[in-house]
Design a protein. Sequence first.
Length: 328
Amino acid sequence: MAIQKLLWALFSQLVLLLLFLDFTNAWGLQLGFYRRSCPNVEKIVHTTLHKYISRDLTLAAPLLRMHFHDCFVRGCDGSVLLNSRNCNLAEKDAIPNQTLRGFQVIDAVKSALEKKCPGVVSCADTLALVARDAVSMIGGPFWDVKTGRRDGRVSIASEALTQLPSPFANISQLKENFAAKGLSVKDLVVLSGGHTIGIGHCFIITNRLYNFTGKGDTDPSLDPKYAAALKKKCKPGGDIKAVAEMDPGSFKTFDEDYYTIVAKRRGLFQSDAALLDDVETRAYVQRQSLTHGLNFAHDFADSMIKLGYVGVLTGRRGEIRKRCAFVN
């Protein structure tokens, strides 16, 4: 009986392992995947991207966010890049993705790759490499990107709406979102550090500032002085294009300041403030705040590598799109 229980336990673990491997399919990725078919792929990506980032540092944040949003829906398969067509509303047009920008950058990089290596490099790999280089170009860490991803053919707006972590999410919801993608609680708090760059749209935080519980109040978890400063930028019923910096003072530079801001209860979104509501995430926030980002760059690189493995298509699955906005 004891042997049977042991065998069953081992079998159960094996099944879970196989399910996980099938879910990520990451073993099909490798460093230097294009070393023969497109040996200069990383140089082409870097050179083309630099032309854009050198002119506009604010592009780094949306390009990083685009990769994140891609991987959280159907895995890192480039589905966020597809245009809506006929009766199908694609991820790109889902409400959480309507503030994404930088698609022209991906198109330019992909076009440069197609000129040198037609039909070889996937849009999913292009996006993963662009996100890495964009972060590196504004002072963030550099990490090795394993390639070999193939592009998906399906993109559904409703999936983006239900699967992407919400800026209104509490800590339990965030942990569930990340766990569903095989990402840990540490990955959650580390990847949230990507908010050290970029901006947030005022319409997302209007209720937090002016009507948090429906009684004309402000979210009590928000530092009062910071709330007052935000109200000067974000008026109730104001300009829908109005924005606020995620990391005031250094939103164009990738650094550890995000954690200092969150520790002071000045995180822009409710999902930022939620990091203080869990023992593990709060400890990480406080540690980075007190140690000026000790190990943050290393941790961020590790978590980005894990993110890039989520649900990838490799081998003969999917396709290599010629244009990222359209299936072949």
